[in-house]
Design a protein around this ligand. Structure first.
Ligand code: PMV
Length: 317
């Protein structure tokens, strides 16, 4: 007789893109890190009958079988079930998340990854990270249209990721820890819209956009080398250069510029938008000694909330 199923809970982190957003959609490299202070948590509760989904944070409670065909949570549940080859019934899926939605912190991908992982664990099955990431990528297509795959990858692997679309995943090594302040503009910016606008601009001005993507792409290996050699001082100027190029792509906004200027004015060594832009979050490189001053300056400039995350060296065993 199979073991009785018990309540289980798993979580997945948020993420920030350090370098290379948008250009990554067009085959250039990008770097991203997980942010563990904000998480999506999924609890699977044994409950007789059809599968129920409870995502109260976003005001939704519904039966899996009543979900529209493009519902991201239902799609992830169904694809996970199909991959595992199981019939989906006799449980409820509870979703809670502290990751702000549509702010470039990977909330959608984190929910997908946590849902897939939780269902597999509940059923006592193994769902390798590579597969979990691939399933979440399918769901990202519903959110984004043409996602690069970086969000689902960094969140499923929960490690720093150097990402090139279509290439095997590589992680990068953090040799010296550094701190990044993540400041929320409060402006909701659906990735699909920014990505769609960039695509139209790229179609209209192909050579100019290809050149901008090339210039962004050239920053990434330098940033990786700086992080891997522990030359954190070199990172700030590279962030600023990347930010200037995202302005030229057309994805900055007055709210983003306000926070970038406030960060640099308070002594951040570099600052840029992170994610799709148009709103969402700004990231700034900050020294421990300057952290409080920077956080205050960002809040005074209108940031809704500021998280400081330490990008750490990998644990040694
Ligand atoms: O999900 P966001 O807002 O972090 O945006 C993802 C980054 C983009 O490069 C703009 C899109 C993508 O799919 O990589």
């Amino acid at each position: 007789m199979p073991a009785p199923r018990t309540l289980i809970s798993v979580s997945a982190p948020g993420k920030i893109i350090l370098f290379g957003e948008h250009a990554v959609v067009y085959g250039r490299p990008a770097m991203a890190v997980p942010v563990s202070q904000v998480r999506a948590t999924v609890t699977i509760e044994p409950r007789a009958g059809p599968v129920e989904i409870d995502a109260k944070d976003v005001g939704r409670q519904y039966a899996l079988r009543d979900a529209p065909s493009d519902d991201p949570i239902a799609t992830m549940i169904e694809r996970t079930g199909a991959w595992l080859g199981v019939e989906l019934q006799d449980f409820a899926v509870h979703i809670r998340s502290t990751i702000p939605v549509a702010r470039g912190l990977g909330s959608g991908a984190a929910v997908s990854v946590a849902v897939g992982h939780a269902i597999a664990k509940f059923l006592g099955r193994d769902l390798p990270r590579e597969q979990l990431s691939a399933l979440a990528f399918e769901v990202e297509k519903l959110h984004h249209g043409t996602p690069s795959g970086i969000d689902n990858t960094v969140i499923a692997y929960e490690q720093p990721i150097y990402f090139v679309r279509g290439e095997p995943i590589t992680t990068f090594t953090v040799t010296r820890a550094f701190r990044i302040a993540i400041a929320d503009t409060g402006v909701v910016s659906p990735t699909r819209i920014a990505v769609g606008d960039v695509r139209r601009a790229w179609e209209a001005e192909h050579a100019r956009y290809e050149s901008l993507f090339d210039q962004i792409g050239a920053i990434i290996p330098a940033a990786r080398a700086a992080i891997e050699s522990g030359d954190i001082d070199a990172l700030g100027p590279l962030m600023n250069a990347n930010h200037k190029l995202t302005q030229q792509i057309g994805v900055s906004s007055p709210e983003i510029e306000l926070l970038v200027d406030a960060a640099l004015g308070a002594g951040a060594r570099g600052a840029k938008l992170s994610g799709a832009g148009r709103g969402g979050n700004v990231i700034a490189l900050v020294g421990e000694e300057n952290q409080e001053k920077l956080v205050r300056a960002l809040l005074n400039a209108g940031a809704r909330r500021v998280i400081v995350t330490k990008i750490d060296k990998p644990p040694t065993d």
